[in-house]
Design a protein around this ligand. Structure first.
Ligand SMILES: *[C@@H]1O[C@H](CO)[C@@H](O)[C@H](O)[C@H]1NC(C)=O
Length: 602
């Protein structure tokens, strides 16, 4: 039914301008952790650095942080890195279960920089490396980062840090989760069980939340800044808007049909990187977390009103103007990279050093790409190919959408309509053209389909919370989804691009990865249940949602390299993306365009 509706909707799109059905997607109010973080009052941070626990090693500075309301301990790690970069990590000190740390975005941990710790006292200390100084204040915890004399970035300046520690599920819904161990501490607001801590539902989908509340959040101020940019993907202005009277910007890879412009709603990709420019100083932050994330933005231009509105506690009464941003993620840890430029190009180099750089694209991929949903058959392809020449129009790449396959079984061809794929491709390449075919992440549940059977036999699919193979609805109907956290799944997927496995493909066939948010037509918010399990890493889908699509196109990249023995540069286009996607894939904008006959934008 969902498929049918989408087909009808897609057909209607050709003639009508319609808009997104917002009711399919959560608002902040409909998300428990978003509500909890958004309601924190500034200026009342309960997190204290215990300065007598601070130790300094060659790599960094380590100390304990205490939430003085619930008496839970956290660890603070500070790593000065080469090229004006600072990494801050906050994690639980003694979690009842290890917290997840996203393992795919970084190409390394960054190179340590030599540093000195000075001005150490019970109030805090200063870390100095090159021209950078980070002043760590203990009560409450606040970290001010200076380049020379200029304060550039300040974290927890408004006191919005909140780290929900793992806890055992209380027997009764009204009982606070911790208690005995922690003496007479007053119950936390966050312990209100009615606030979606242990279960949450949305449009008939229930999230069982077996591990309970586990969100993390903090505010990050860009000092003397008026504009911040980044955190793609949103259909909004280049300079990000204040969200004081709107929804926060949301980062949660979703298949949003007919999305609206000028809107902070989540779209297909999430890159949790934000950049600020002032006349003298560019800076960026990378909030390294792949769980659902929201970001609030507040601009505070007038220094006289800052203290009263924000609780920005600089200690003086003349707080600087700033763009204050507030980040919160559903799970994981706080792992923040602060890149201090100072020029825009420095910031991009610093980010590239962490997550990798783009390869030079193959020359053909910079040309004109012709794509439609769908070319009906080989004859149709032939006509388009001929007519571009007849009309003297340049064309470099022809694309085939899902209908070229045998019933949306990727790596196959429709027996009747595309029965001579090698000859069809040879006709294109004879005139210097290339072919792109689509390979999606949902795999048709059909034991006669080789790729389904192989993955099923080796248990390489995502599981439900009950441990059975997850069955979701997508283009082929009933589908299973590759567990890309398992290296064996990725390796096997990559191998499927070998020319003797992907029959009918050639070294001139390149790949388009779609629907890899992942899109699940009958799932919550058109994606996968957060309590699904990825057996490879043994984690819930919740932990890795935003990086799932990247694992898919990285597997494609590896496959295309492998099929040419590492000789030929791949070209891949992906819809879902995350920090690090630039290493292997291009991304397109405006997901619907190809489908309605306009050229694909890359
Ligand atoms: C390849 O091109 C030839 C010559 O134009 C044409 O006759 C043939 O049908 C084409 N083959 C396919 C599979 O499109």
């Amino acid at each position: 039914m969902a498929t049918l509706l989408r087909f009808i909707a897609a057909a209607v799109l050709l003639t009508l301008v319609s808009t997104v059905d917002k009711s399919n997607f959560k608002t902040c109010q409909q998300s428990g952790f978003c509500r909890r973080h958004r309601s924190i009052k500034p200026g009342e941070s309960p997190y204290l650095l215990l300065t007598d626990t601070v130790i300094v090693t060659e790599e960094g500075i380590f100390g304990d942080v205490l939430n003085e309301i619930n008496r839970v301990f956290f660890t603070l790690e500070i790593y000065p890195l080469k090229d004006n970069t600072l990494r801050l990590k906050i994690n639980e000190k003694n979690p009842i279960k290890q917290r997840f740390e996203e393992p795919y975005a970084l190409t390394g941990d960054g190179q340590s920089e030599t540093f000195a710790v000075i001005d150490r006292s019970s109030d805090g200390f200063t870390v100095k490396f090159g021209k950078i100084r980070a002043i760590i204040k203990a009560k409450p915890l606040k970290i001010d980062v200076y380049n020379g004399k200029e304060l550039v970035v300040s974290t927890n300046a408004r006191g919005l840090l909140k780290f929900e520690h793992y806890r055992n599920k209380p027997e009764s819904d009204v009982q606070p989760a911790e208690g005995e161990d922690h003496g007479n501490a007053p119950p936390l607001q966050e312990e209100d069980a009615s606030d979606g801590l242990w279960e949450e539902s949305f449009k008939g989908h229930s999230d069982s939340k077996p591990h309970g509340p586990a969100s993390v959040g903090m505010d990050i101020s860009f000092i003397n800044s008026k504009h911040v940019y980044g955190i793609p993907e949103h259909a909004d202005s280049f300079s990000l808007k204040e969200t004081t009277s709107t929804e926060p910007y949301r980062l949660y890879n979703l298949d949003v049909f007919e999305y609206e412009l000028d809107n902070p709603m989540a779209l297909y990709g999430s890159v949790p990187v934000m950049i600020s420019h002032t006349p003298h100083q560019s800076a960026a932050v990378f909030w390294h977390n792949a769980a659902e994330t929201w970001v609030d933005i507040k601009k505070l231009p007038d220094s006289n009103v800052v203290s009263s509105i924000t609780g920005f506690f600089s200690g003086g009464d003349s707080d600087p103007p700033q763009v204050s941003t507030h980040w919160f993620s559903e799970s994981g840890i706080i792992d923040l990279f602060i890149m201090l430029g100072p020029r825009p190009m420095d910031v991009f180099r610093q980010y590239g050093a962490l997550t990798g750089y783009n390869n030079l694209p193959p020359l053909f991929s910079l040309g004109y790409h012709q794509c439609r949903w769908n070319y009906n058959d080989e004859e149709d392809v032939h006509q388009v190919h001929e007519n571009f020449d007849n009309h003297d129009l340049p064309m470099d790449v022809l694309w085939l959408d899902i209908e070229h396959t045998d019933g949306k079984r990727y790596f196959t061809w429709d027996h009747n309509k595309f029965s001579h794929p090698l000859e069809m491709t040879a006709n294109l390449t004879a005139r210097g053209r290339k072919l792109v075919t689509i390979v999606d992440v949902h795999i048709k549940r059909d034991t006669n389909y080789f790729f389904y059977k192989e993955n099923r036999d080796r248990d390489l699919f995502v599981h439900t919370k009950d441990g059975t193979e997850f069955d979701g609805w997508c283009w082929p109907g009933s589908s299973s989804y590759l567990d890309l956290t398992n290296p064996e799944t990725r390796n096997h997927y990559s191998d499927t691009f070998m020319l003797d496995r992907y029959k009918g493909s050639t070294l001139d066939t390149f790949i388009w990865n779609d629907m890899n948010e992942p899109s699940v037509f009958n799932g919550p918010e058109v994606t996968m249940q957060k309590d699904n399990i990825h057996p490879g890493l043994g984690v819930e889908h919740r932990e890795i949602h935003n990086v799932y699509g990247m694992l898919f196109h990285q597997g494609t990249y590896e496959g295309l390299l492998r099929r040419s023995d590492g000789r030929l540069r791949p070209f891949i286009l992906t819809r879902a993306h995350y920090a690090g996607t630039q290493r292997s894939s291009s991304v397109w904008d405006r997901g619907q365009y190809c489908r309605v006959g306009s050229p694909t934008y890359i």
